[in-house]
Write a protein that binds this ligand. Structure first.
Ligand code: ATP
Length: 255
């Protein structure tokens, strides 16, 4: 485990999917990210856990290149975040960015085309695969406004992974999902990391946290600790501690 005081990472930069050093960001004169150092190796699910306003979405937006750092650096597969990485990165925003008047198939087709799948047959196969993965093949022709909240989340996930990216950036993807759907999402995520995809997922639920290989607890624009769920639980010194206990314990000791 690493803590803010001993921020040593376990992987080398060469096998990293994401490499972040001294990353800072401010909205105007309000600092939001205050010096983040992080190495995320390929093929893991890394959970960014933190309270409302900790800076999780800001971090994800920097990683997709929507925001520019005001200090430090971040690279994805050795490159600066930006549109050049669109082929290898999938992004699921906190608020879905789908077209209300289009069907599930049409939405996914639109995203696939934007993400460079220009061949019609290849794109149709990719869309069919994504719909199958998120369990919406039978709703392919439903327009968005006819879908439930959880179904819309699933389309949004389908749009992020339709081009089979090497890295998925998921900003609170499980918010509002029922336990069964949450379990289905995690089953997909596990299959993806097993086949080498890297996933960075932001969340404030400890249920998501328990599924991640590694976690970063974020507070007030910084990681106060990173480690496996077991390592973080062990910081409490209590045998039956939950991740929530660990988060509270580490939050208190970081102030
Ligand atoms: P949540 O769990 O509530 O989604 P978060 O950890 O994702 O929170 P961010 O959305 O990254 O937090 O916000 C971090 C800080 O940046 C907050 O103080 C927020 O008010 C501020 N912030 C976010 N977006 C803007 C913006 N567009 N302009 C100014 N400040 C912003």
């Amino acid at each position: 485990m690493t803590t803010a005081e001993n921020n040593v990472t376990t992987s080398s930069a060469t096998d990293s999917a994401i490499s972040i050093s001294g990353l800072e960001f401010a909205y105007g004169n309000r600092p939001v990210l205050k010096g983040i150092d992080l190495e995320i190796p390929r093929g893991v699910a890394f959970g960014v856990l933190g309270a409302n306003g900790a800076g999780k979405t800001t971090l994800v937006r920097l990683l997709i290149g929507r925001l520019k750092a005001t200090g430090g650096s971040a690279t994805i597969f050795g490159q600066k975040p930006g549109p050049e990485l669109a082929d290898s990165v999938g992004y699921m925003p906190q608020l879905n960015a789908l077209y209300e008047a289009l069907s599930v198939r049409e939405n996914l087709d639109f995203f696939a085309r934007m993400l460079g799948l220009s061949n019609t047959n290849i794109r149709a196969n990719a869309v069919a695969r994504a719909m199958d993965l998120v369990g919406l093949s039978d709703r392919a022709d439903s327009v968005m406004s006819e879908l439930s909240g959880g179904m819309r989340q699933r389309v949004s996930l389908g749009a992020a992974l339709v081009h089979e990216p090497d890295l998925l950036l998921l900003d609170e993807p499980t918010v509002g999902l029922d336990p069964e759907l949450r379990a289905t999402f995690w089953q997909h995520f596990k299959e993806m990391t097993d086949s080498g995809t890297t996933i960075l997922i932001s969340s404030h639920t400890m249920d998501d946290a328990a599924h991640c290989n590694t976690l970063g607890f974020m507070r007030d624009g910084k990681f106060i600790a990173t480690g496996t769920p077991d390592e973080l639980r062990a910081t409490t010194g209590k045998p039956n501690a939950t991740l929530e206990d660990a988060f509270l314990h580490l939050s208190r000791s970081s102030t």
